[in-house]
Write a protein that binds this ligand. Structure first.
Ligand SMILES: Nc1ncnc2c1ncn2[C@@H]1O[C@H](COP(=O)(O)OP(=O)(O)OP(=O)(O)O)[C@@H](O)[C@H]1O
Ligand SMILES: [Mg+2]
Length: 507
């Protein structure tokens, strides 16, 4: 038997107008954690879709062998039968079904037409224990946060007797704590003999768990390293990812914040379902002209809820408190009213709130700014194209054409469309929720540069971020939240990761 569970030789995959993968070769050893790194659009997700049958045999060139034999998968079902499971970048559970139904959906024993639900309910408890998810299996999945949904996906994979588990950016939506747990779970699964492939932009996590790292660039396999033997560092990975040395991850900015342009006083938000629970409790803060504010805190701290509720009451059953913009009190009852008063919001959830996946890039970008490209209600197509082309170039959105459906873009490039859309609407106050989620290191720096440009032009940014280095590197002041409360504020000079975490817990 070969020491490799998976061998990919000269794999090439084309979409109309795009060569997503070109002669990629890669070998995954049995029992290892193999990480796949590369810029947005490098071809990571596509590669995993080819080997797992999402793209059937025959739709790509090259040879894929699994456990020593060449694969000919026609669908995901075929690869699952052989013990290969993939957890996609965007989670794929059925939100209205329970945890245990999700775990066994599609591979239940339906002999005699009867499903023994009790048996599955019982079995699911075992799997939930393995992945460390402390929830009753009857819980409806939509009630769980992303971190817990991730664990359900893994439990589902384990229930299918998986030998090779592929995780596509598993921690991109998780906070530090949840990420840590997930990484430990991966190490635990490795101990049990499962081979793992992890795609990630979080290079510190890659170095923490991976035995081997392969780097893709522009659809080609560039290098493979043994993490220990080669003394692999983030710098080496980045150099191979982007093809050059990246010096300043946070571009320099001289910040000279001016007068207060927005002030929030005693803002309280009530839970949409449980009407007397306060999700945000009496929050007060202010924002100055030309300033970047960051909101940090653990998941569930209320940061997103606070911002969404300020943005035209997009969240919550009810909210109380006062909002002043340029000294004038505003009552914003809809997102439209918020936009009209100069607010812009980039949602953390690009799939359900930010983008229309079945429309093209240019339509998505201009969606909130139709007034800028139309006259008497008629859209000027030339103008729309020109604007979209400009953002494609400025943000380096990788696509053959702005007429491409957003659905066909890589995850990180979808995020760049979300950012373009907000930029084009040109608000005075940008509220950005996890602006760099799923974005590669190079593109992150591009987005930070854009944020600096926004500030320099006299506008202001409020950034919700779970990445503390990002908050510290970019913000002028950092508000720390936990359990719905603003626990304190730190200036750029004072802020350290330890202080932020301490403030969140102790206040
Ligand atoms: N269905 C499709 N139709 C057309 N082009 C596609 C399709 N799927 C992917 N592509 C293109 O193939 C290339 C590789 O995309 P892929 O999703 O594999 O990138 P990735 O490395 O996973 O990036 P990210 O880090 O942003 O998730 C991109 O240029 C993307 O636009
Ligand atoms: Mg991807």
């Amino acid at each position: 038997m070969s020491e490799y569970i998976l061998e990919i030789e000269n794999l090439t995959k084309e979409f109309p107008g795009v060569r997503a993968l070109e002669n990629v070769s890669l070998k995954v050893k049995k029992g290892e954690i193999h990480s796949l790194c590369g810029e947005n659009g490098a071809g990571k997700s596509t590669l995993m879709s080819c080997i797992s049958g999402v793209y059937p045999n025959g739709s790509y060139e090259g040879r894929v062998s699994y456990n020593g034999h060449e694969t000919k998968y026609h669908s995901v079902k075929d690869s699952e039968k052989e013990g290969l499971a993939i957890i996609h970048q965007e989670l794929a559970l059925s939100p209205y079904l329970s945890i245990y139904e999700n775990i066994f959906l599609g591979h239940m024993d339906t002999r005699f037409g009867i499903i023994n639900w009790n048996k599955y309910l019982k079995e699911s408890r075992e799997f939930l224990k393995t992945v460390g998810l402390n929830e009753p299996p009857e819980t409806v999945v939509s009630k769980l946060g992303v971190g817990k949904q991730q664990l359900v996906e893994i439990a589902r994979a384990l229930s299918k007797k998986t030998e090779l588990l592929i995780l596509d950016e598993p921690t991109s939506s998780l906070n530090d704590d949840e990420s840590e747990k997930l990484l430990n779970l991966m190490l635990e699964l490795k101990k049990q003999g499962i081979t793992l492939v992890m795609i990630s932009h979080k290079l510190n996590e890659v170095l923490k768990v991976a035995d081997t790292v392969t780097i893709l660039r522009d659809g080609k396999s560039i290098s493979t390293y043994d993490v220990k033997a080669d003394n692999l560092t983030e710098e080496i990975i980045i150099k191979d990812m982007v093809g050059r040395i990246l010096t300043h991850r946070f571009p320099e900015r001289k910040s000279t914040p001016g007068e207060v342009i927005m002030e929030v006083k005693n803002w309280t938000v009530y839970h949409p379902d449980y009407h007397n629970i306060k999700v945000v409790d009496n929050a007060s803060f202010f924002l100055r002209k030309g300033e970047i504010l960051a909101f940090c805190g653990p998941m569930g701290a209320g940061r997103t809820e606070l911002m969404m509720s300020l943005f035209g009451r997009s969240f919550g059953f009810r909210s109380e408190g006062e909002l002043f913009i340029n000294g004038k009190k505003y009552i914003l009852n809809s997102p439209r009213a918020a936009i009209n008063s100069g607010l812009g919001y980039i949602s953390e959830d690009r799939k359900s709130l930010g983008l229309i996946l079945i429309q093209d890039i240019k339509t998505n970008i201009s969606h909130s700014s139709l007034n800028k490209i139309s006259k008497f209600g008629v859209i000027n197509n030339q103008k729309e194209i020109k604007e979209a082309e400009r953002y494609r170039k400025d943000l380096n959105i990788r696509t053959p054409s702005i007429n491409q459906y957003v659905r066909n873009l890589s995850g990180g490039n979808q995020q760049k469309v979300v950012v373009s859309k907000a930029l084009m609407a040109d608000p005075n106050i940008f509220i950005v929720d996890e602006p760099t989620r799923g974005i590669d290191v190079g593109a992150k720096t591009e987005i930070y540069g854009i944020m600096n440009d926004i500030i320099t032009s006299g506008k202001s940014v409020i950034m919700v971020s779970s990445e503390l280095p990002e908050a510290i590197g970019m913000a002028d002041r950092i508000y720390v939240m936990n359990e719905g409360l603003i626990k304190g504020v730190l200036s750029k000079e004072e802020a350290t990761q330890e202080k932020i975490m301490h403030m969140a817990l102790v206040g």
